[in-house]
Design a protein around this ligand. Structure first.
Ligand code: BES
Ligand code: MN
Ligand code: ZN
Length: 498
């Protein structure tokens, strides 16, 4: 699907040659020149056929004065980004027809179309996305070209460029997360990362079991032991900034299937544990977006990838392993495997002398209970980093919510047989998981995103959401745009308007 940005006043919109024109109508429409669009909107409202709540639509066929075959009016309330997303989703839902290949997306009636561009583009992509890789009978997206019409194209060009890159990233993440585990093994993820490594400014390294053993990643190795699929440790470097400038490090949990191991999960919905590499998918997706956008910033992606399987050789409850940090861990529950692969990845990340380290993981069912599918869990001991990630989530409409990390939450991790256990009690499970990770991030500007509730949807709409690619991309762009911190080895500003 191609996007194009065009200066398109309301009066010119009627002349746009497209299969369908989706017009976002705010609560207050700046008045009334005598052109086909203004007349259509005014009479639809006057006659009561376009109700006022956000997402209400009116489909008009071969409307007088329009070149577009179909004109859909959709209510966008105040015109804020969240309303725009809802409106476009509702409008595009009316237009999922095989004959709608060219779509006009008219934002120029809105009070501030710059704020609407990215949200409108992403909503349009989300509403037409279709997974087809292992379902050839699925109807692939019919939409080929979307013309985004705004008051002044030059003023929103940056937002448009970010929108395009974000969609590439989100769709890359969705594709890999949606693939079943036999079509997305650790080796296949590594292959996808290698392929991204051919794009400008990206380089990919892939380590196998031997090299991971040499690094002494005892916790990661313990999880991978139960599977015949060999583990992969993927490291991607995006070098858009100056050499030597400290990178943002993104660490993604890449459990390509989580059976729970010997602490095996119940059968119901176990298929959804193919999504347990959602963190890894979001890192790959962010790199796909960076490849498009080429911002001036350095980013390293780190993905420990393996399966968590029960087996004669699998790690057993009570086994004690030595992590790369030297700290020993009593593996009381083999289903708490995410933290085991991440802790070694965090120790590895420290070597990169990072600007900041953000791990992204479908880590706990407890986070789903705490925050549901709306906000990801955000954990960090650093207020500046937590604030930056929170803000990025708000800007990108990919929100998170900060959770506590009081030391008392870590008490349940004590063990009589190792430096720590890998689980505490049931209470506060998302937080105790984060406290475990924090033991490996001492001295690092570290944050953790628990995306267990937000990375995919269950039920009839089962599928990856591509989250939190929008948040991560925004965070990286914010780092690129920030003035270097005094005395710190921080990135230089980038040409970009906010
Ligand atoms: N991948 C799961 C977390 C998960 C569960 C995400 C359900 C989304 C939905 C993780 O590896 C896991 O199994 N966590 C355990 C931890 C427990 C054993 C302390 C959990 O949440 O039950
Ligand atoms: Mn698990
Ligand atoms: Zn898991």
């Amino acid at each position: 699907m191609d996007f194009e940005l065009k200066t398109l006043s309301p009066s010119l919109a009627a002349g746009l040659v497209v299969d369908a024109l989706l017009v976002l109508v705010p609560d207050t429409v700046a008045t009334a020149k005598a052109d086909p669009l203004n007349e259509l909107v005014a009479s639809a409202i006057r006659l009561g056929d376009l109700e006022s709540s956000v997402g209400k639509t009116l489909v008009c066929y071969q409307a007088a004065g329009f070149k577009a075959t179909r004109v859909v009016l959709v209510r966008a309330g105040s015109g804020g980004a969240a309303n725009v997303r809802k409106a476009v989703a509702a409008g595009v839902a009316q237009l999922k027809l095989p004959n709608v290949k060219k779509l006009g997306l008219l934002l120029s009636l809105l009070p501030d179309d710059g704020h609407a561009v990215r949200a409108a583009m992403q909503a349009c992509a989300d509403a037409t996305y279709m997974y087809t890789t292992t379902k050839p009978s699925a109807k692939a997206r019919a939409l080929q070209r979307v013309t985004v019409g705004v008051g002044k194209a030059a003023a929103v060009q940056d937002e448009f460029n970010i929108g395009k890159a974000q969609i590439v990233g989100v769709e890359f993440a969705k594709e890999w997360a949606n693939r079943p585990a036999n079509h997305a093994t650790p080796s296949m993820l590594a292959e996808a990362a290698r392929k991204l490594g051919r794009k400008p400014n990206i380089r990919t390294e892939v380590l196998g079991p031997k090299q991971v053993e040499a690094l002494a990643m005892g916790a990661f190795l313990a999880v991978a032991k139960g599977s015949v699929e060999p583990l992969r440790f993927i490291v991607m470097h995006y070098a858009g900034g100056e050499k030597g400038v400290a990178p943002v490090v993104l660490v993604g949990k890449g459990i390509t299937f989580d059976t729970g191991g010997i602490s095996i999960k119940p059968a119901a919905e176990m298929d959804e544990m193919k999504f347990d590499m959602g963190g890894a998918a979001s890192v790959l997706g962010t790199f796909a977006a960076l490849a498009e956008l080429q911002p001036a910033v350095n980013v390293v992606g780190v993905i420990p990838a393996c399966e968590n399987m029960p087996d004669g050789q699998a790690v057993k409850p009570g086994d004690v392993v030595t992590s790369m940090s030297g700290q020993t861990i009593e593996i009381l529950n083999t289903d708490a495997e995410g933290r085991l692969i991440l802790c070694d990845a965090l120790t590895y990340a420290a070597r990169l002398k990072p600007h900041s380290v953000v791990d992204i993981a479908t880590l706990t069912g407890a986070c789903v209970i705490a925050l549901g599918g709306v906000r990801s869990g955000l954990f960090s001991g650093r207020d500046d980093l937590a604030d930056a990630l929170f803000k990025a989530g708000e800007t990108a409409l990919d929100p998170c919510w900060r959770m506590p990390l009081d030391d008392e939450y870590g008490e349940g991790l004590k063990s009589n047989f190792a430096d720590m256990g890998n689980v505490a009690g049931r209470a506060g499970g998302a937080i105790t998981a984060a406290k475990f990770l924090q033991k490996f991030a001492t001295d690092l500007p570290w944050a953790h995103l628990d995306i267990a509730g937000t990375a995919w949807k269950s039920g009839a709409a089962k599928g990856s959401t591509g989250r939190p690619v929008p948040l991560l991309l925004q965070y990286v762009l914010d780092v690129a745009a920030a003035p270097p911190r005094a005395g710190a080895n921080a990135p230089k500003p980038v040409r970009r308007k906010r």
